[in-house]
Design a protein around this ligand. Structure first.
Ligand SMILES: O=C(O)CCC(=O)C(=O)O
Ligand SMILES: [Fe+2]
Length: 308
């Protein structure tokens, strides 16, 4: 065994770093078991000092489950469908002014695939091209966020659900960010997916709280980006409650990862929300990610009578 596992940060309360993992290591079931345990218990694994290749990224992902092909076809990588490629380039992916600063790559706090009725269990992310500034990937743990909620709020949200829909522009989501986002150039993604949003990605519903199957811990289940409203409470009181919860969530301890080519990040998407900070607008940032299958079984399509 060549690798070491350390806490990610003294005061974070989640995450581990795994230093020096090799493809040979993950052939051993004991290693695979250890990594799976950390993934479920700690939420986020930062692999440092590895020789990152697409083959290793895919093999590492398969330690945690079968892979699925991402439902947004524009993102799937030609020749390697297990990987999505996320290109931030002002010509293709748009240019935004975030709080007055021209930026690419900016993405508000979210859970992946929360806009579908099945939230995937995780993904392994790598950086193919790194920006000279910004482009950090941020993480907050919703097991911790739930534990830090005042008891009256815990009781109030126990049986609530949230309605979500895919959002094609980082500035369009009511709860995504408090930053001021202005579109300078629209992304190809928005141009392509925007017109078929309601047909291909109709609204879905997810519970606001659920219990982590493997550990019995409760998880706050809010993806600020893409959240429309609390089901049945699309009114001032409902929005005030959701805003209070989102404010609580984004004030919880966060880890921001500045990237190196020798790194991979794995998170438990049933539990960690993540975001991307705006990056240098005159550069190209490229990331690749796998999508680890799984269904926590609690999402569903919004029923016709609920949409009214
Ligand atoms: O570009 C990044 O750093 C993360 C993008 C993202 O949200 C994802 O891979 O799910
Ligand atoms: Fe994401």
């Amino acid at each position: 065994m060549t690798y070491r596992i350390n806490p990610l940060g003294e005061e974070l309360g989640f995450g581990r770093e795994v230093v020096g993992l090799t493809p040979g290591d993950i052939e051993r079931e004991a290693v695979r078991h250890e990594l799976r345990e950390h993934w479920l218990n700690d939420g986020l694994l930062v692999f440092r000092d590895s020789e990152v290749t697409p083959d290793f990224q895919i093999a590492l992902s398969q330690v945690f489950g079968e892979l699925e092909i991402h439902p947004v076809r524009e993102l799937v990588t030609e020749g390697t469908p297990e990987l999505i490629t996320l290109v931030s380039d002002q010509d293709k992916e748009g240019l935004f002014e975030v709080d007055g600063k021209p930026s690419i790559a900016f993405l508000p706090w979210h859970s992946d695939l929360v806009f579908t009725d099945r939230i995937n269990h995780g993904g392994v992310l790598t950086a193919q091209r790194i920006s000279s500034w910004g482009g950090q990937t941020g993480f907050i743990d919703q097991v911790q966020a739930y534990a830090l909620l005042p008891e009256d709020l815990k009781a109030r949200i126990e049986n609530l659900e949230i309605v979500y829909q895919l959002t094609v522009n980082p500035g369009y989501s009511r709860y995504g960010t408090k930053s001021r986002v202005r579109t300078i150039r629209m992304s190809d993604f928005e141009k392509s997916v925007g017109p078929r949003l309601d047909t291909d990605f109709p609204p879905v519903v997810h519970p606001m709280v659920f219990t982590q199957p493997d550990t019995g811990r409760k998880v706050l289940n809010i993806s600020p980006f893409g959240a429309l409203h609390i089901l049945g409470q699309d009114d001032a009181e409902g929005h005030a409650l959701l805003q209070r919860l989102v404010d609580h969530l984004v004030a919880c301890p966060a880890y921001y990862h500045g990237w190196k080519p020798s790194e991979m990040l794995l998170w438990d998407n049933w539990r960690m929300v993540h975001c991307v900070t705006g990056a240098a607008p005159d550069e190209v940032r490229i990331m690749q990610r796998t999508t680890i299958m799984g269904d926590y079984g609690l999402g569903r399509k919004l029923r016709m009578e609920e949409a009214a």
